[in-house]
Design a protein around this ligand. Structure first.
Ligand SMILES: Cc1cc2nc3c(=O)[nH]c(=O)nc-3n(C[C@H](O)[C@H](O)[C@H](O)COP(=O)(O)OP(=O)(O)OC[C@H]3O[C@@H](n4cnc5c(N)ncnc54)[C@H](O)[C@@H]3O)c2cc1C
Length: 432
């Protein structure tokens, strides 16, 4: 299995946009060109705002092009847990935000004419044990009560593979190739009139006397306002709120192509993309190129400045072991390559946006479920920064100027969660 540094979904752009040299002025500077930053810049350009987008690598280089490609209306935290912790109205607002984010991201595919293999198919939060199945029923109830279109399904009825007993099927969204999607969004952003500077990391950001100044290696940007859409890399900038994001490395593996009849033989007739209900989820999906992409299980934290890295061999091996346990009928299928990316986890595990200072807004809509949410938030933040009232979906995740407590997500906690998941797997095997 080849461990790679870039995304496994698509080749990187063949040429990069210019990097910034010298000093420039604009109305709004967007820092970080993932799905969130591109979406914000596109919206600002559409509104006639003079916008500059700074990206440390090439647009889409971060999590946005590396993820598993699920357009999901889930929120990172467990629904049952959220139901216990949050007031019903807040939960309802969160699920409405997440569902609208799905519609926004799927509309963007059509709007920009992006060819990225989008398939509208119900993602299933699937149970691999009787305990998880009971949990799925409770989750489905919490989500339905909160107005989500997700509902409980039995494994057979949903065409899930043997060993997957049933789960919660999301009513909207599906899967795509995120590498192809971000290349398409990048092309749309460049064509839109946004002034894009690639290979231009923001090194410092100050907001004084009603003016924002951004320092880059060979130039400066002076702007009226700034948007921070730097995801896991936010702590690189001293002006980002302290403890905003804990960087967590997440890995994916892709197999060789699998003959369709092999999938039918194991009962995966619907080809529904799945995530399990472990504390740290496992994801399994079939791609349009006939391979299976699976991931997560073992997460690792990192410190800024974050390294460009590949998955750790033991993490990739653990993912392959998990794949073989879940799909005994596909044990001979060979893994081909593995890659990963950094996600920013907020201390509450919920998406969050707010104000870093008078003229700087930030977004951290990620937590491993942010592919659609980051884009939607970018769009809404662009409206907000150009003077619109707070949209109700933005209000659902608005943090204002408040600070953040240090996150409880650390290497030891994530390892303990992985151990607990493996213990629950063993227990499930004994009680089958
Ligand atoms: C392996 C993996 C699997 C995932 N699976 C899913 C999934 O299936 N579904 C889902 O919804 N979510 C998933 N996610 C999460 C999702 O990809 C992210 O939440 C989302 O893409 C975040 O978008 P973003 O624009 O906020 O951040 P990013 O895409 O990370 O973009 C941030 C950008 O900012 C740039 N940057 C950072 N610092 C600076 C700076 N100082 N100056 C200039 N540029 C800077 C970076 O280079 C990067 O391009 C997954 C993530 C990973 C890593």
């Amino acid at each position: 299995m080849k461990l790679i540094h870039e995304t496994g979904w698509a080749e990187p752009p063949s040429t990069a946009e210019q990097h910034l040299t010298g000093d420039i002025d604009c109305e709004v500077v967007v820092i970080g060109g993932g799905g969130g930053g591109m979406s914000a810049a596109l919206r600002l350009a559409e509104k006639g705002v003079d916008v500059v987008l700074l990206e440390g690598q090439t647009l889409g280089w971060g999590a946005s092009s590396r993820n598993a490609g699920y357009i999901t209306n889930s929120i990172a935290a467990d629904p049952e847990m959220l139901g216990l912790m949050l007031k019903p109205e807040r939960l309802r607002n969160l699920y409405q935000f997440a569902e609208n984010a799905v519609h926004f991201a799927t509309d963007a595919i059509g709007h920009h004419g992006i060819d990225c293999g989008y398939q509208q198919e119900g993602i299933v939060m699937a149970a691999v044990s009787k305990g998880q199945l009971r949990h799925a029923r409770r989750n489905a109830k919490v989500m339905a009560d909160a107005g989500s279109s997700a509902k409980f399904v039995e494994g057979r009825e949903a065409g899930l593979p043997e060993g997957f007993l049933g789960g919660v099927r999301e009513g909207v969204g599906g899967t795509l190739n995120p590498g192809e999607f971000t290349l398409g969004l990048r092309a749309a952003t460049i064509a839109s009139g946004v002034r894009v500077y690639e290979h231009t990391p923001a090194l410092d950001l100050t907001d004084t006397c009603g003016e924002v100044r951004v320092k880059t290696p060979s130039g400066r940007v002076r702007a009226r306002k700034a948007l921070l859409t730097t995801n896991a890399y936010s702590a690189d900038l001293s002006s980002a709120p302290r403890n905003l994001a804990t960087p967590v490395w997440t890995s994916l593996v892709e197999t060789e192509p699998v003959a369709p009849e092999r999938l039918d033989d194991i009962g995966w007739t619907s080809r529904a993309p799945m995530v399990t209900l472990h504390m740290i989820l496992e994801s399994y999906r079939v791609t349009p190129r006939g391979t299976i992409v699976f991931g997560t299980r073992r997460l690792q934290t990192g410190r800024n400045p974050l390294p460009h890295r590949t998955p750790a061999p033991n993490v990739a091996d653990d993912l392959v072991r998990g794949f073989r346990e879940r799909f005994p009928g596909l044990r001979d299928i060979k893994p081909q390559k593995a890659w990963g990316g950094w996600i920013g986890m907020s201390s509450t595990w919920l998406p969050v946006v707010g104000e870093a200072s008078d003229n700087v807004l930030y977004s951290l809509a990620c937590n491993g479920h942010g592919f659609a949410q980051a884009q939607y938030v970018g769009h809404l933040l662009a409206d907000r920064i150009s003077g619109a009232p707070l949209h109700e979906d933005l209000a659902a995740i608005w943090h204002g100027r408040k600070g953040f407590s240090p996150s409880l997500v650390g290497g030891a906690v994530l390892h303990a969660a992985w151990l607990a998941d493996r213990a629950s797997d063993r227990l499930a095997a004994l009680t089958k």
